[in-house]
Design a protein around this ligand. Structure first.
Ligand SMILES: [Zn+2]
Length: 190
């Protein structure tokens, strides 16, 4: 299964990708992690293959971590200090055993979840990524400028002037809305 088959979206930062599982957060929240199996599919698509069953407790932990990542990242975007509860939750998860790497027969590295602790190790690596991201402080962690879109993203482009979670999605929506407005106004120059 490829990531695009799952309904999940990925923007290149693992910890932010977890926050993207709550869509339309600002207007009509839709949770893509509504069952333990949703979490298993997300872990498989985002972190490493997870073949074991994920428990309801794992799901609750993932949602709790997701909200901590979102609140901490939003604080950084808005240049506020990260709240204590979010910070200590991230630190607790980051201290857990994370997935490890294995060299496969074709010379590629493969990420492997901790046997017996699959979901927890996936959350540990999410927390590690979040800590790295939150401490980078380069002004590239931003909130999408798309109307109604509350997604946070990290701009890794060379110019560093990205404004959208994705150009195809929010960028185009805004550009076509501007275009339509201009058509209505009778001003066609754009
Ligand atoms: Zn967006």
């Amino acid at each position: 299964m490829t990531p695009s088959d799952t309904g999940f979206r990925f923007g290149g930062r693992l910890s932010l990708d977890l926050t993207w599982t709550l869509r339309y957060r600002a207007v009509a929240p839709t949770d893509l992690l509504s069952s333990p199996d949703d979490l298993r599919r997300w872990v498989t698509a985002a972190v490493a293959p997870c073949s074991v069953a994920v428990t309801p407790a794992d799901l609750r932990a993932a949602v709790e971590l997701r909200e901590a990542v979102y609140s901490a990242a939003l604080a950084v975007v808005e240049e506020r200090p990260v709240g204590r509860a979010a910070r200590s939750l991230l630190n607790r998860w980051a201290a857990r055993p994370a997935p490890f790497l294995r060299l496969d027969t074709s010379g590629r590295s493969v990420r492997v979840l901790q046997p017996g602790d699959e979901a927890a190790s996936a959350l540990a690596v999410v927390a590690l990524d979040a800590i790295e991201l939150l401490s980078t402080a380069d002004g590239r962690l931003r909130r999408c400028a798309g109307p109604g879109c509350a997604l946070l993203f990290y701009d890794s482009s060379r110019p560093g002037r990205r404004r959208w979670c994705s150009t195809e999605r929010c960028g185009n929506r805004v550009n076509s809305a501007t275009y339509r407005r201009r058509q209505t106004d009778g001003t066609t120059n754009h």
